[in-house]
Design a protein around this ligand. Structure first.
Ligand code: AHR
Length: 497
């Protein structure tokens, strides 16, 4: 099998908003407690944050991190997590049936994110609470001084505002599992009124209106149409969430699931544009794909957990090599929609369906999915280019005409670098790829990184990282033709200068 590709610097999709390489930390399982925060760990800093975990997060160059939920936020009282730690209440955390000690809250998380070099994307509770709690939290975080909540922040030791720019109006409000879940009309009204109040407190913020919690929801995309017809004026983005699994153990089909993500994005775009036309609006709504990943390995183990523990090992998927390939394809899909997707968050970042894992009192290690996330985030900055691709194809259980080649192409003009990200979905054979780089004269290969493994189910553990990339890819350039043989079932990053 083979594929031919034309890449031209004039075929620009859009500048990539670096926030598409965002992530997510929920107060859930061991994401915070035992993940980013473990005060009695030998690597803990003066605030109790693990420096080894921080290093892995910083390496990923995560531009923005969503917090504190997720399902958790829909019954969260943000006031529980500020002020002297000894006064903070222990609460029943209903979404995940745990005990929340509130030892980490808004201020600690803002500190941690600043140390990690990331912005915070804050979610407000539109499940059990509403306008008041949201506007007060925003005043607490962003108002300079001289009002009740800004002075309270000062009293808590934070003179300077956190200046959080991106805010989610609730989480998955269409889900039956969501505390305080709502119909589209109910959500549209409360989200509109909350957004109006929040923009009055701070007009510089960006707001994310809740979209469906997945493309398979029975109310999708009617939920988007109804809720956006309420929130369109004040919202800047609409959210998308999607997780994929391989319960059926059908790798060919699994690797094609990014095509479903692509279709999901297209449907949300058309629904947004329908509301835009209906409203005769000049504003174009953009997308925040603020939860995406592979999630299915831990589902059974989670059923066995006893409720009401502090920081139990929840949603601790151990990822395989094939999961890393789908994660790469999902990142390619986000880049290929860079004109409309402006924020995306890999869900999540540490321990909970995460690229980074920790042992309590032990080491921090990288899952298989860490690698595509790392390379795409670090090298996928600049302009997204639209490659013209002719690839051999296959059919799978749910998809027809699946190209063996999945790719994204990024032009980084500041580094004078063209970066090709490519997956070969073929399970048995290598893929011969020829790329016509006609507008790049005197191009030369910088490196060709490959992620490959004989076993699609290979995974990394705390003791052994079995799935790691190498730089022995065989890409060559003659004149302006780039040729590479992509190993069967593999992912590549080819950097060209
Ligand atoms: O990321 C795990 C959970 O998935 C989040 O809490 C929720 O928003 C989604 O259903």
């Amino acid at each position: 099998p083979g594929a031919s590709v034309i890449i031209d610097k004039d075929f620009v999709i859009s500048e990539i908003d670096k926030r598409i390489y965002g992530s997510f930390i929920e107060q859930l399982g061991r994401a915070v407690y035992g993940g980013i925060y473990e005060p009695d760990h030998p690597e803990a800093d003066e605030q109790g944050f693990r420096k080894d975990v921080m290093k892995l997060v910083k390496d990923l160059q995560v531009p923005i991190i969503r917090y504190p939920g997720g399902n958790m936020v829909s019954a969260y009282n943000w006031e529980d997590g500020v002020g002297p730690k000894e006064d903070r209440p222990r609460r029943l955390e209903l979404a995940w049936q745990t005990i929340e000690t509130n030892h980490v809250g808004t201020n600690e998380f803002a500190d941690w994110a600043a140390k990690a070099g990331s912005d915070v994307m804050m979610a407000v509770n539109l499940g059990t609470r509403g306008i008041d709690a949201a506007r007060n939290l925003l005043e607490y975080c962003n108002h300079a001084v001289g009002t009740y909540y800004s002075d309270l922040r000062k009293q808590h030791g934070y003179d300077k505002p956190h200046d959080i720019k991106t805010w989610c109006l609730g989480n998955e409000m269409d889900g039956s599992w969501q505390l305080g879940g709502k119909t589209a009309e109910e959500y549209g009204r409360i989200a509109y009124e909350t957004a109006k109040a929040m923009k009055q407190v701070d007009s510089s913020i960006e707001l994310v209106s809740c979209g469906s919690s997945g493309a398979a929801m029975p109310t999708f995309p009617e939920w988007e149409a109804v809720t956006l017809s309420h929130t369109y004026e004040f919202a800047d983005h609409v959210s998308l969430h999607q997780y994929y699994g391989n319960d059926e153990n059908d790798t060919a089909n699994f690797l094609a699931k990014s095509l479903d993500m692509d279709q999901f994005i297209r449907t949300v775009i058309s629904t947004c544009d329908y509301i835009k036309s209906k409203k005769r609006s000049k504003k174009t709504m953009t997308l925040s794909f603020d939860e995406w990943n592979v999630w299915f390995h831990s589902s059974e183990a989670d059923q066995q957990l006893e409720p009401w523990q502090i920081a139990p090992p929840q949603l601790e998927d151990v990822y395989t090599f094939e999961d890393a390939l789908l994660v790469a394809n999902m990142l390619h899909t986000l880049i290929n929609h860079a004109d409309r997707v402006k924020i995306a968050c890999m869900a999540q970042l540490v321990n909970v369906i995460a690229p980074i894992m920790t042992e309590n009192q032990g080491r921090a290690w990288k899952q298989t999915i860490y690698y595509p996330y790392y390379y795409l985030s670090v090298y996928g900055r600049g302009k997204a280019l639209q490659p013209i691709i002719h690839s051999d194809k296959y059919d799978s259980k749910e998809f027809t005409d699946v190209p063996y080649l999945d790719s994204a192409v990024v032009l980084n003009e500041s580094k004078n670098e063209l970066v090709l990200f490519m997956t070969n979905r073929h399970l048995e054979e290598g893929l011969s790829v020829s790329c016509d780089l006609r507008s790049f004269e005197k191009a030369a290969i910088i490196e060709h990184v490959v992620l490959e493994h004989d076993d699609p189910k290979a995974s990394n553990t705390k003791d052994k990282e079995d799935v790691t990339p190498h730089s022995r890819g065989n890409a060559v350039i003659e004149e302006t033709m780039l040729q590479a043989e992509l190993p069967r079932m593999s992912w590549s990053m080819i950097r060209v200068k």
